[in-house]
Design a protein around this ligand. Structure first.
Ligand code: B12
Ligand code: SF4
Length: 496
């Protein structure tokens, strides 16, 4: 059978220069290929294909099934792609990924044949077999479909042993476009994103925990060949480990670092952590094996709000861990939420003062979003709080429910914080050797803008003008969606 796996286009949403490899369709296609299925991957999101380009390509290839991977804020893009495709093509369409947290109503909302909830490797293959052999769909785990007009939801099953799932090699994708790009007349290496676990044991009410609470870890011995593949075969030695909490299991982190050191694999990497799952011994070892930056989910400077969010951490621990990480010479990135239901202005100010005093290199701010499928969504619904169904609004700095603090107030706070950060980043960048200018007139991109500011301002020590801060800060604010990638790249410029 022939299958196309695609991400929906982003249309005019960004003009960003850095993209990440799509793990979702990457994992699925690697598994299906291993089973002998012919697979084409079309990463319309990353490669900025238009809706029409994607649809024409699908029609030309005429597969037996198309699978789209979706996230909630991109609902509208997926819908217009499916609408366009449906006008000219009538074979089965299946949708998977976190967008399925919207629930079975998504079948009709998107006008597709199937949804797959949870991990897709086994389920997608089973679905293909059921279609091919014209069998029933009862045994396809996680499948949501219609039988005689009625919606049927099959239970989903977690993959227990991740070591038997092949890692993605993206053979259908133009790798060069993902792994390198030009900035300041230099070739910048864009990290390869890898994932080493699924599931998270924590209970944060704002998180969809799409892979469930049960944590499955790939062993250190299983991760190293993936890293070696990229280093040896593809000349890529920078990695972003995007597990929700890479540091969950200390022994595995230590084994991973030991193996990197033993095999003398020369890499740079970043990962995400939670302050109650890390210690000095780990950070020290991670640093020795090339870890440059740790991304901590902090969320709030108010203990009451942290407890409301069920984050399971304390402000004291946050302070200690940031201190310790900085002392080890490691870069830090923290993410924060403003506008949590019940949050007061006073509590929000506690977050602002925490951010201003923490030894933090970069931060990410978002306005609280009760995503469908989260505990927060259920809490608000049970209190009859109105939550928007315009899913696109979930993607940016918007208020999507009737919260306790006004939207404009929150937006201004986030802007102000990004301006403070812009100032710090610009100051750091300006102390570095001057980059030669490559700015193309009319090139509109976040990096283009950054490049212009750095290069057009005279070398006057580390003075940063108000105008620069406003423009740069404004861009950071505007490009929030892929901001994480930019922060990683900025950190690379700063930390080497
Ligand atoms: C890496 C990542 C990114 C990368 C994406 C890189 C890329 N090209 O894909 C970047 C940084 C660019 C990014 C951006 C965004 N992200 Co993001 N991201 C993640 C992260 C950390 C890992 C996702 C991942 O790759 N996992 C590994 C793969 C193997 O798992 P998976 O994606 O779940 O795929 C499996 C199943 O879902 C299923 N499946 C997936 N697709 C399909 C398709 C079919 C047909 C089938 C059958 C099955 C199937 O099978 C896969 C294999 O088992 C998750 C959080 C997390 N830890 O999961 C958030 C997450 C997916 N992101 C999220 C969001 C909201 C965004 C943004 C909208 C952020 C924003 N505010 O703008 C953007 C949108 C980007 C987009 N794709 O359109 C949310 C989605 C929430 C939701 N309910 O929709 C998540 C869950 C974070 C969170 N907790 O809120 N993100
Ligand atoms: S926000 Fe992070 S720590 Fe909290 S449940 Fe989600 S993945 Fe786990």
């Amino acid at each position: 059978m022939k299958v196309i796996l695609a991400t929906p286009p982003q249309e005019n949403d960004h003009t960003n220069d850095a993209i990440q490899l799509p793990l979702n369709i990457g994992y699925l296609s690697e598994y299906l290929k291993q089973k002998g299925v012919q697979v084409i991957t079309l990463d319309a999101y990353g490669l900025k294909m238009s809706n029409n380009e994607l649809v024409s390509k699908i029609i030309k290839e005429n597969p037996d099934l198309v699978g789209f991977s979706g996230v909630i804020p991109r609902f509208q893009y997926l819908k217009s792609t499916v609408d366009n495709l449906r006008k000219k093509w009538s074979k089965p369409i299946v949708v998977g990924g976190p967008i399925v947290m919207i629930g079975p109503s998504l079948l009709d909302k998107l006008n597709v044949d199937y949804l797959i909830r949870g991990e897709g490797e086994y389920s997608l293959y089973d679905l293909l077999l059921s279609i091919k052999e014209n069998k029933g769909f009862e045994k396809v785990k996680g499948l949501i479909y219609k039988k005689n007009g009625q919606i049927v939801e099959n239970l989903c099953e977690r993959i227990n042993d991740l070591n038997i799932i092949p890692f993605p090699k993206y053979e259908c994708l133009p790798l060069e476009q993902y792994t390198k790009f030009k900035l300041f007349n230099k070739t910048i290496v864009n990290p390869v994103t890898i994932i080493t676990s699924r599931g998270c044991p924590a209970h944060c009410i704002f998180c969809c925990r799409y892979h469930g609470n049960l944590v499955r870890l790939r062993t250190a011995e299983h991760i190293i060949p993936e890293i070696e593949y990229w280093v040896k075969e593809k000349d890529c030695n920078e990695f972003n480990i995007c597990d929700s909490t890479f540091t969950l299991n200390k022994q595995r982190v230590m084994e991973f670092c030991d193996l990197i050191a033993d095999k003398k694999v020369d890499i740079k990497w970043t990962c995400q952590s939670r302050v109650n799952t890390i210690d000095k011994q780990m950070v020290k070892k991670m640093k020795e094996t090339g870890c440059k930056l740790i991304y901590y989910g902090v969320e709030s400077g108010s203990q009451r709000v942290l407890d409301y969010l069920k984050k399971g951490i304390t402000i004291e621990k946050v302070k200690d861990v940031f201190e310790m990480t900085r002392k080890q010479g490691m870069g830090t990135l923290g993410s924060f939420i403003v506008g949590t239901p019940t949050e007061t202005k006073k509590e929000l100010k506690e977050t602002l003062s925490l951010v201003k005093t923490l030894p933090i290199d970069f931060y990410l701010f978002s306005i609280f979003k009760p995503y469908p499928g989260t505990e927060a969504f259920e809490i608000l619904k049970s209190k009859n709080v109105k939550i928007t169904e315009d899913y696109t609004l979930f993607g940016g700095h918007n208020m999507v429910f009737d919260g306790s603090l006004p939207e404009e107030y929150l937006k201004n706070i986030v802007k102000e914080l990004y301006y403070i950060q812009a100032k710090k980043v610009l100051q750091k960048l300006k102390t570095m050797p001057k980059f030669s200018s490559t700015t193309n007139a009319g090139r509109v991109s976040w990096f283009g803008a950054l490049e212009t500011y750095i290069n057009t301002v005279p070398d006057a020590g580390i003075t940063v003008t108000e105008k620069e801060i406003c423009e740069f800060g404004g861009n950071i604010y505007r490009w929030n969606n892929t901001y994480f990638i930019y922060l990683e790249i900025l950190s690379k410029l700063i930390f080497g």
